[in-house]
Ligand binder design. Structure first.
Ligand SMILES: Nc1ncnc2c1ncn2[C@@H]1O[C@H](COP(=O)(O)OP(=O)(O)OP(=O)(O)O)[C@@H](O)[C@H]1O
Ligand SMILES: [Mg+2]
Length: 271
């Protein structure tokens, strides 16, 4: 099950989650938290779904079939975050993969301040794993991530907020990246911390700029792996490989910053 916002362009949000689930041979439920009018260039409008409607979607589905795994994406506001946290407890849903989507790549806020507070205090304590990118990890912890040691400190701080495990994604540059001439920028590290060990999942950074919706595909692929019974490290390593494959097959649609789209089902991919 994904609990996320709608990207009508299909590159991110719950549409991308469903494609990612399908690519993994996993059937997907999709609970919508916000209707978003957007294209490759801009987010025109965000209309949050009422919190009780979010609850009702989850309750109605869970009454028939509890999901084997769960991920959350954009949650819009504090009322929706509270409803999701409450539903996870009430319907005994699996501990979620929490993708703490705070700000769209184009700059639009996808969660307001009160929502961010609710996410920190109500949802992170329920998380199987939280998957911030570098700027999100900085906002949630207050740690400036300017190197490997700071990345580990931020991961520890996120565990202290209650998440059972943490993946800090390495897609974005480190803070103050220009001050690190020695850093090998071709090496991308997604750092997994389970409270005991740090595991560096390393891949070669694909050149030519990012693609729209990498974070959604990454967290959805982790959830798909967990649904299939993978352990967390295997699910994270698969997610990294899945996004890389989808990124290599990317194509463009439109003219905005979000015009590079992942191919979630590149020919030959079947897991
Ligand atoms: N250039 C790249 N080459 C290879 N893999 C990448 C690249 N960029 C991102 N990825 C993979 O995708 C994952 C998620 O990307 P990123 O760190 O950009 O997340 P995000 O900022 O949450 O994305 P989004 O903008 O969609 O919210 C990374 O952890 C990494 O595994
Ligand atoms: Mg993201």
């Amino acid at each position: 099950m994904t609990i996320a916002g709608s990207d009508p362009g299909g590159g991110a949000g719950l549409q991308a989650d469903l494609k990612t689930f399908a690519a993994h041979g996993v059937y997907g439920f999709s609970v919508i938290t916000a209707v978003i009018a957007q294209n490759s260039a801009r987010v025109a409008r965000i209309e949050p779904v009422g919190a009780t409607m979010v609850t009702d979607q989850i309750a109605t589905l869970a009454a028939e079939r509890r999901p084997d795994a769960l991920k959350t994406g954009a949650l819009a506001n504090a009322a929706v975050v509270r409803a999701v946290a409450q539903a996870i407890r009430e319907f005994k849903l699996p501990a979620p993969v929490v993708d703490p989507v705070l700000i769209a790549s184009g700059g639009a806020r996808l969660l307001d301040d009160a929502g961010e507070h609710a996410l920190r205090s109500l949802l992170l304590p329920l998380a199987r794993v939280v998957t911030p990118n570098i700027p999100e990890a900085e906002v949630l912890t207050g740690v400036t991530i300017d190197g490997a040691a700071a990345m580990r400190a931020a991961a520890r701080a996120l565990r202290r907020l209650g998440a059972r495990a943490v993946v800090i994604k390495g897609g974005h540059p480190l803070s103050g990246a220009d001050r690190h001439p020695g850093v090998d920028r071709r090496r991308l590290v997604d750092l997994l911390f389970d409270g005991r060990a740090f595991t560096e999942c390393v891949t070669t950074r694909i050149a030519g700029g990012g693609a729209h919706g990498t974070g959604c595909a990454f967290s959805a692929a982790i959830a798909a792996g967990l649904a299939r019974g993978d352990d967390l490290e295997a699910a994270v390593r698969n997610a990294q490989a899945f996004v890389a494959r989808a990124m290599r097959a990317r194509f463009t649609l439109g003219g905005g910053n979000g015009r590079a789209l992942l191919d979630h089902c590149p020919r030959g991919h079947r897991r």
